[in-house]
Design a protein around this ligand. Sequence first.
Ligand SMILES: *Cc1c(COP(=O)(O)O)cnc(C)c1O
Length: 373
Amino acid sequence: MTVPLLDLTAQYATIQRDIDDAIARVVASQRFVMGPEVEALERDLAEYLNVPHAVGVASGTDALLLPLMAMEPKPGDEVIIPAFTFFATAGAVWNAGFRPVFCDVDPRTFNVTVETLDAARTERTRAAIPVHLFGQMAPMGDIAAWAERHGIVVLEDAAQAIGARQRGPDGLPVMAGGSAPVAAFSFFPTKNLGAFGDGGMVTGLDGELLERVAKLRVHGGRQMYHHEMVGTNSRLDALQAAVLRVKLPHLDEWTDARRENACHYEAGLADVAEVLVPEVMDGNFHVYNQYTIRVRRRDELRAHLAKLEIGSGIYYPVPLHLQACFAELGYREGQVPVCEHLCSDVLSLPIFPELGTERLDRVVDGIRGYFGA
Ligand SMILES: *Cc1c(COP(=O)(O)O)cnc(C)c1O
């Protein structure tokens, strides 16, 4: 029995009729760009997140890029981001015309904190992007208070964290993408709410900023052939919106299955001293887009699992401040030490909802066997 890192066919099989009907509906209408499906998904997602605004865009990358473009950076303006995240976070900052400033993360949660963000703050800091890495939220209450003190805009990168939540400052739950002026979601197929291609959504509380994003996605104007800004073409595909509207009502049950899988791993690996399982901070509801352990001699464990036909992934092998494309920023090894260290010892295990106990046990046994536990 092989265990893939991810198997999307299993999920499709459970909702095939509804998905196929939804696709047929769009094909029959021949309305492929914007239109009722996209508007309906924007409403559905705003309601799910309990936010006033949602704007569908072409990808999660663009969901980061367009709000940053809307902030109209001046040369030298900075945005703080973690060095341990998917490249898109940094690429969007760069392409919008900001200078990325890389901060470190908490080694237990892989997330930024007020302390790590503040260490990277300068007079030129315009915005900060906390990334809710692997599906666990960064401490948003603290970060919002810090940002407000310093006049910094918070853009949440919630690409991996749809449905994640945490206890807010007043004790009530706050959703990922539900408390910041602006947040970015991705519907890339491997995300917890995945489309059949690319897609993304910008959400948030800042209506004025979201209005500018809505213009930027259609070349900078609400009215055809009248352009207030230079935007781009970044619309959410109607076929993708239709697929996502079928999937959204299932998201919470899929999240629960991921969380049960995580419990299974935690129980099965608790006494293996060589393995650090993911830590969930008090008050956090983790949605496990990835289940990422930390181990020494990670590459050897990975090869061992591969021999047993067990898939695993390395997210991420190279910290962003040391990427060749950012050489001109002048970062050196040792400057963002926790992120650098994580890149050499993280390993993500299969966690998709349809995994099942038998395959989970195979992964647990494979790891235990490697360590002779
Ligand atoms: C996936 C992802 C993105 C980008 O999303 P795409 O839809 O692939 O463009 C951005 N940030 C993070 C943290 C991601 O995981």
